[in-house]
Ligand binder design. Structure first.
Ligand SMILES: N[C@H](CCC[C@H](N)C(=O)O)C(=O)O
Length: 257
């Protein structure tokens, strides 16, 4: 995460790839640059390790919000992304609640390449028919409900679905098993990043997809490899709460020389 509010700092796709590449750079799932904003407390620019600039990153939103809440001592801050403005609130004990906005459920706005019922559609991958759901939280998500997420072929099936022709802007892929109506286990293959420990926007998309299928209630705990997120669906919005383990010694700026 680079704090560029005090100086004009920008990374192109090549530089983002170099920084995010674990073999040569800092190594990360997303590169986040905090920029000034005239419409919110800050602008958050999000790049995947492959250099692609994306619309949402739930976990980064919580981390940047933590930084701003600590710095401003406010109870609530706003963060602008290319997809809109998010309201983030101190949830106590170091946790942050983000209003991730309203999910997008129409196939055209996910986006998908053809008309499907995004609640339940068939995806054919190398001759195998899979049943899936699709949700956008600003970024696209393809959610598959499986018997055991821990046994799901995330590393082999994830990239095939990420790059499936049905998703013209690619997609994040969630493999989910239902423990009960209030608890889900989720693993993720992220667009432009691969397998990660957690995907906040993916957890939000999963909660929406599960609720639409009648598998869960409107509040659910989602267990990811990196920890548990609490998701609440209320008034058409998706609220995500989770603790932040932010290793930062105050704000810092990147030397652009
Ligand atoms: N790979 C995602 C962006 C980061 C999402 C994830 N890290 C999160 O916490 O939401 C995409 O291309 O849409």
């Amino acid at each position: 995460m680079f704090d560029a509010r005090k100086q004009r700092l920008a990374f192109d796709a090549t530089q983002a790839r170099q920084i995010a590449d674990r073999r040569r750079g800092i190594g990360c799932d997303q590169l986040i640059v905090i920029e000034p904003s005239s419409d919110a407390d800050a602008f958050m620019r999000i790049r995947n390790p492959d250099g692609s600039e994306v619309e949402a990153c739930g976990n980064a939103t919580r981390c940047v919000a933590r930084l701003l809440l600590d710095e401003t001592r406010k109870q609530k801050v706003t963060l602008q992304t290319v997809a809109g403005i998010l309201v983030c609130e101190d949830a106590g004990g170091g946790a942050v609640t983000v209003d991730m906005g309203a999910p997008e459920l129409s196939w055209e706005r996910i986006p998908m390449a053809e008309a499907v019922d995004t609640n339940r559609f068939t995806l054919t991958v190398e001759g195998e028919s899979l049943t899936a759901s699709a949700v956008s939280m600003g970024n696209p998500h393809c959610v598959l409900f499986v018997d055991d997420a821990d046994a799901a072929p995330v590393a082999t099936l994830g990239p095939k679905i990420e790059n499936h022709p049905l998703f013209p802007r690619r997609t994040n892929v969630e493999f989910v098993s239902v423990r009960d109506k209030g608890y889900l286990r989720m693993r993720v293959w992220e667009r432009g990043a691969g397998i990660t420990q957690a995907c906040g926007s993916g957890a939000c998309a999963t909660a929406v997809a599960a609720f639409r299928r009648g598998l869960t209630r409107d509040h659910v705990e989602i267990e990811l490899d990196g920890g548990v997120l609490s998701i609440t669906l209320k008034d058409g919005h998706v609220f995500m709460t989770g603790a932040t383990a932010l290793a930062y010694s105050g704000t810092f700026a990147f030397d652009t020389k």
